[in-house]
Design a protein around this ligand. Sequence first.
Ligand SMILES: Cc1ncc(C[n+]2csc(CCOP(=O)(O)OP(=O)(O)O)c2C)c(N)n1
Length: 542
Amino acid sequence: MTTVREATLELLRAHGMTTIFGNPGSTELPMLADFPADFRYVLGLQELVVVGIADGYAQATGRPAHVNLHTAPGVGNAVGGIFNAQANHAPLVITAGQQVRAQITIEANLTNRDATAEPQPYVKYSHEPARAQDVPTALARAIHAASLPPRGPTFVSIPMDDWSQEADSDRALQAARRRVSGRAAPDPSALAELARRLADARSPILVAGPEIDAAGAWEAAVELAEKQRLPVWAPPATGGSRLGFPEDHPQFVGVLPPAIGPLSQTLDGHDLVLVVGSSVFAYYPYLPGPLLPEGTSLVAVTSDPVDAARAPMGEAIVGDVGLALRALVELVPEAVGRRPPDARPAPGSPSSPAKVGDGGGTRITGTQAMAALAAAWREDAIAVVETPSSTLALRNRLRISRPGSYYFCASGGLGFGISAALGVQLAQPERPVVCVLGEGSAQYGITALWTAVAYRLPVTFLVLRNDEYAILKWFSSLEQVSGAPGLDLPGLDVAAVARGYGMTARQVSGADELTEALSQEIAAEDGPRLIQVDVAPGMWIE
Ligand SMILES: Cc1ncc(C[n+]2csc(CCOP(=O)(O)OP(=O)(O)O)c2C)c(N)n1
């Protein structure tokens, strides 16, 4: 007899999903019993962290990742991470345990009373199979739904007594055999029309979004920009989960501001804005203004029909952005008459240390810290970023030149950084991963430091400690809020916490010491380590 569990393991093998990211409970043990030797279990100590690790792994492999959570309380803890994964378009297949079927109606302890509602509205498919025999079929659907554009998390709740039941062999076999491909080409006539508009435009620009990286289409984006001599912008950093264009390219001009008014002002003077692989736009905060300047039209190409329908302005063409860019490169002429944009100036020498407090002490600025990181950077390194007040300085200083080298949480939800860095490192063991964190952000996923140590993942963590929620103070002044409590974080020592989890950690001071420490640690290959540096509070952009 083939059990539901055996049939499900076969299904997962057929999809190459032999890594399970999880945190176990009693309701998951029947699934995990006699854990097969060809599977790997990656343990996270809290569910937000489990989802974050899988998010990084799914994005960096480009393949669906399996997350296994404990019933109601485990899924509840994970919801913030599921929200993040949806924004990041990470294809996660999330399973969770459930009471035995005979005890669901009487609501025995740990029954998930409304299991399919719990992760909503952040999953594309949410199901608890009507029969144990339907588990493999439901999971197959969850895998395909997660993998089809727009990619994102799906959820299946599985009663714990289902695993030992006899499988429906025919259904299980068909489920394991199915393949669904979702790379759809955009309408060729819409692309031909767009190519004509691009060629005829007076001063068009390209906004290159994260989906270009996920589609492996940097080269086509660069070819299009060069052939058409387009200035290239990154979408606002708020939604820039990945980079769609080399930021050291002479035609890359910068990161669009995130608020409506300033963004529209930045587009002024351009008659056509081509947005590829980004939502339009991840606005925040609210600084009102027209959505587009007078005389500017906007066309977005995205594989996400929801983003296409949701945009408040412009036209949209739905389809794979890699196929779209390739087609456009073929369709457009060389723009000989157009002058390419002026190259961005190289970053200047960073500001000197800033005064902090009344005692006459100084600390390096976030800009100096990012310049130190840039000085120690390796061409093949990957940045995972959760450092709110220094994100723009990091983008300006690193100027990343290789695809698949930058991950940031598109939703704005914290708790992604440490965890996602582990997932990215598991997916890309040959590349150094550097996770840059604010000391406040680090707390949301802090238990992931244990996983980094337990699995010897050689991530370098850089913690910028400024004793406050700096970005929230910046928001306070923008929103004209004064006297808000809860914005100071005196005395948080992430290096000491890391040591508690068994990680090598050190405190450094000054830009030179930081550069030296980073150069040593980024090159090291033996397990994780953490560097903490004190920086002056503020917003760092240059
Ligand atoms: C889950 C979650 N909770 C709270 C917030 C609100 N929030 C946004 S930024 C921030 C402060 C982060 O502090 P820190 O990492 O020290 O960065 P800094 O602003 O000082 O650079 C907070 C609390 C959030 N974005 N997500």
